[in-house]
Write a protein that binds this ligand. Structure first.
Ligand SMILES: [Zn+2]
Length: 335
């Protein structure tokens, strides 16, 4: 899922996301949209779909991750989490119920429950305590959602447990009892070694219902996507393709192109000869390097289009390999 934090995938028009890239779903950020422009404003303007002219699916996170990562002054109680706006310092509280209300106002199709994001590394006791709270919050959030459930949206609970396999298992087993329409695995990509993120995913996914989406939050590098899928992930989101694009790092079938390098100064080839995106169909590496050096906005747009296409192409290849029963071969070739 391309990430559209503030109701925009940075540098790319929704029209191009839909017509060129054929993205089926994008991600919005509850914390940021709650603070600005405010969920009631978004509700009045047609929800996120109307507000940003994106008719396809939208997933919103619960805001928990940003509360924990952007706020040094937060205070966690059983009721919820108190925090201060990073924009103007105003105090706010998110509860398991209020984050669902905010996401309902945003009109998202897939909502996430409020979870407690644990710092890495965490002690076993701290992780256990926090994971148990995440389960209690998930129950409250889902119960609240049931009162507003029109059958057209889903709320996903989030498996936490830090880097402790037994806590992950315990958390997953308790969340499965809630019979949600999909499940997420959170608390990864928080600074742990990458093999550990894969290991935690591998421990968790077999415990989640195979007939419902399993969403691994905040991963990963292009070469990791097939690895997560091999471990049972159906959905992923990551800011890497768009953020790296803006910084001049382009992902290709043959590795990374750092566009500012002198070797691309007169390079007439597209970024990736095997790529069918608008950028690769029309522009040379030399042109992109020039735009990057000149700090032209167009660079960000063209680079982001390409990187998102690369990610979506990888997922399309993965789906195709699964459909024809050749996933093990595909995975071996990727490795
Ligand atoms: Zn391309």
């Amino acid at each position: 899922m391309p990430v559209g934090t503030q109701a925009a995938v940075k540098g790319v028009l929704p029209r191009d996301l839909m017509n060129d890239l054929d993205a089926k779903i994008i991600l919005g950020n509850t914390y940021h949209l709650f603070l600005r422009p405010g969920h009631e404003t978004v509700r009045q303007l047609g929800g996120l779909h109307g507000f940003m002219a994106w008719p396809r699916a939208i997933l919103t996170d619960s805001g928990g991750f940003q509360v924990f990562s952007l706020n040094s002054l937060r205070k966690i109680t059983e009721e919820g989490v108190l925090f201060h706006s990073h924009l103007n310092g105003d105090p706010h509280m998110f509860t398991p119920e209020s984050t669902i209300d905010v996401q309902l106002a945003l009109g998202s199709d897939i909502m996430m429950v409020l979870d407690e994001c644990i710092e890495h590394p965490a002690t076993y006791d701290a992780a256990r305590h926090s994971t148990q709270r995440t389960v209690r919050w998930a129950k409250k959030g889902l119960e609240h959602f049931k009162r507003h459930d029109d059958g057209n949206r889903a709320v996903f609970p989030i498996v936490q447990g830090s880097m402790y396999g037994d806590l992950r298992r315990e958390c997953a087993e308790q969340l499965v009892e809630l019979d949600a329409r999909g499940y997420a695995i959170g608390g990864l990509s928080v600074g742990e070694p990458r093999p550990l993120s894969l290991e935690m995913t591998e421990i968790t996914t077999p415990l989640l219902p195979a007939d419902r989406p399993r969403y691994v939050m905040g991963v990963g590098m292009p070469e990791e996507l097939p690895e997560y899928v091999a471990r049972g992930a159906d959905m992923m989101d990551c800011v890497l393709p768009s953020r790296n694009a803006r910084n001049g790092c382009l992902f290709t079938r043959n590795g990374r192109v750092l566009i500012k390098q002198t070797q691309y100064k007169d390079d007439a080839r597209p970024v990736d000869e095997g790529c069918g995106c608008y950028t690769c169909r029309n522009f040379s590496r030399a042109y992109l390097r020039h735009l990057f050096q000149a700090k032209e906005m167009t660079f960000s747009t063209l680079a982001t289009l390409h990187n998102l296409q690369r990610y979506l192409d990888i997922m399309r290849e993965i789906r195709q390999a699964i459909l024809i029963g050749k996933y093990p071969e595909y995975l071996r070739a990727c490795r």
